[in-house]
Design a protein around this ligand. Structure first.
Ligand code: C5P
Length: 229
């Protein structure tokens, strides 16, 4: 996305991975570094957009010239997205949001039991932010993009899972990362497919910065085609 394809546009990007507290010292987390989301924020800024980056436990620096809101948990990310999405033309949900969190937060550090029994952690679903903001758009024509890391199984390819997820979430595009060999998290390079409701598939690979530039260009075209929708 060279130059100014997003000039005058407002872009909201989520990046990183949420941490769900279990007790005062422990959490359930994931391996997302935030590199891809931060690269997307940088590329959107370079394309002329006014960018807000909601970063969950980022392991990389947020780019210069971007408003950064730091969060830890999926609940904080949810609240930050709802607070910031109002005037966004494009929402890019690149963060790895926990699908489950511990049902309760222990007030004290969980101790090893005297009799050697194993503790059991009960989990509960977190709200699906992407599905929620797609179902109830903050403004007409707002373009919303989701991300999914998928492996295939015996009967479905990763792309088939991605198409099903796009439909289920109700967003305008879904970026698929194939994680069959586990090699995406924390890496500098990546390979993606972009699926859209019209059935088109675009693909790109390279550094996360190169892929971000490609993705921002793709999202800008989608945004341009949905003006006044
Ligand atoms: O369902 P899954 O977690 O694979 O979906 C991934 C996409 O949904 C990502 O764009 C992620 O940011 C978003 N998501 C969300 N709220 C959740 C879980 C995922 O917005 N609770």
């Amino acid at each position: 996305a060279s130059g100014s394809v997003l000039a005058g546009r407002r872009v909201l990007v989520t990046a990183g991975g949420t941490r769900e507290p279990l007790d005062p010292v422990r959490y359930l987390g994931n391996r997302s570094s935030g590199k891809q989301g931060v690269a997307l924020a940088r590329a959107a800024r370079a394309a002329g957009a006014e960018v807000t980056l909601i970063g969950a436990n980022l392991q990389v620096e947020p780019p210069a010239g971007v408003e950064h809101v730091a969060v830890e948990t999926s609940e904080q990310l949810h609240d930050a997205v709802l607070a910031a999405r109002g005037d966004a033309d494009l929402v890019i949900m690149a963060a790895a949001v926990a699908d489950f969190r511990p049902r309760s937060l222990a007030a004290h550090k969980i101790k090893k039991s005297e009799d050697g029994t194993d503790p059991v952690i009960e989990l509960t679903r977190t709200p699906d932010i992407l599905a929620e903001i797609s179902a109830h758009r903050a403004r007409p024509g707002q373009v919303i993009v989701g991300f999914a890391a998928e492996t295939g199984d015996a009967t479905h390819t990763p792309l088939e899972f991605a198409r099903a997820k796009l439909a289920r979430k109700g967003c305008d595009a879904l970026v698929l990362n194939e994680v069959t060999d586990g090699a995406v998290f924390g890496q500098d390079s990546t390979a993606v497919h972009v699926v859209t409701p019209d059935g088109q598939v675009a693909e790109a690979s390279g550094t996360k910065d190169d892929v971000a530039v490609f993705l921002v260009g793709t999202f800008a075209r989608i945004a341009a085609s949905t003006v006044g929708r």
